[in-house]
Design a protein around this ligand. Structure first.
Ligand SMILES: Cc1cc2nc3c(=O)[nH]c(=O)nc-3n(C[C@H](O)[C@H](O)[C@H](O)COP(=O)(O)O)c2cc1C
Length: 285
């Protein structure tokens, strides 16, 4: 089953999900299938609709936040065009350690719109949370530093299963579907996190405006030479991890190099920068 048209729509805060999408497209091309990858920050609803109309199957990729999909991805999924005929779907997630059913739990929602999840796969990538949360949690966070290249065999396996037409669903067994154990409290606490997480150190900030430019949801605006946060942060960590001055504090604390190295996590390869994923396509939020 060779598919010629596979658009993969992904969101990636700090590069991991982009990296997996890129390597998956590469692996599929070795099997004579053709996948194109699209940051959801760059496509318009019209383009999404056209790409899906012309597709044999579609892919979705997102990083796991508390076993959940990022809010920007949830909006994207809710807006997917309804299908008359069933459209096969791949869902993959990147995670630092564990997501339970992170790629599979969206199934009822997408299936109600005519998509059929045939591949739901998790990839373990480096942890992008380098926020100083006290030594117990810092020690825990530091444990998860998977090497991106270790995911390549699983990417290859997924590509093979897709071209051979064999389904592969992870997160289905009762113990893995425990994702709700994380998802429910995460959803309860998200509004608090959206509002009070970041502050800016005005001594360090040089008003370069990068945080404003790279925020995927326009939650940051420069006011009187300092970034000001609105209340619809999606927690992707871009502003914190990519501030050239390390001027952004999370929960009142700056980046702590004693725990996390010289700078916060900035993606799976040195060439990556979040600027390549943004275009500020018109969106509904
Ligand atoms: C707010 C937030 C919550 C996260 N929750 C989880 C989690 O529940 N389980 C996990 O394994 N990783 C979790 N992570 C780590 C990311 O899922 C992981 O590093 C991912 O690969 C980042 O992808 P990206 O670089 O494409 O943004 C979380 C990261 C953030 C920012």
């Amino acid at each position: 089953m060779i598919q010629k048209n596979i658009p993969i729509f992904f969101f990636s805060g700090t590069g991991n999900t982009w990296w997996v999408a890129k390597h998956l497209a590469g692996a599929l091309s070795k099997h004579n299938s053709e996948a194109s990858i699209h940051s959801i920050e760059q496509v318009t609803p019209q383009q999404v609709g056209d790409l899906i109309d012309q597709s044999d199957l579609i892919g979705l990729g997102y990083p796991i936040y508390g076993s959940d999909a990022p809010l920007i991805m949830q909006e994207f999924i809710a807006g997917l065009p309804k299908q008359g005929e069933t459209k096969p779907m791949l869902v993959f997630v990147t995670q630092a350690a564990w997501s339970g059913d992170g790629a599979y739990f969206i199934r009822p929602e997408v299936e109600a719109n005519g998509y059929q999840v045939r591949w739901a796969v998790h990839f373990t990538m480096p942890n992008n949370i380098n926020v100083d949360l006290g030594w117990v949690l810092n020690a825990f966070l530091r444990l998860f530093r998977a090497k991106p290249s270790n995911t390549l065999p699983r990417i290859e396996k997924l590509a093979r299963k897709m071209v051979e037409g064999h389904d592969w669903i992870m997160g289905q067994s009762p113990c893995f579907s425990l994702g709700w154990v994380q998802r429910v409290p995460f959803r309860k606490g998200i509004e608090t996190l959206q509002q009070g997480t970041y502050q800016v150190d005005s001594e360090k900030c040089n008003a370069c405006g990068r945080c404003e430019r790279i925020c995927p949801v326009g939650n940051i605006s420069m006011v009187d030479g300092l970034p000001r946060y609105d209340s619809h942060c999606i927690l992707c960590l871009r502003c914190f991890n990519y501030c050239p001055q390390l001027a952004i504090e999370a929960f009142g604390k700056p980046f702590n190099p004693d725990w996390f190295g010289e700078k916060p996590y900035q993606g799976p390869e040195p060439e990556f920068s979040p600027e390549q994923l943004i275009n500020k396509a018109p969106r509904s939020f």
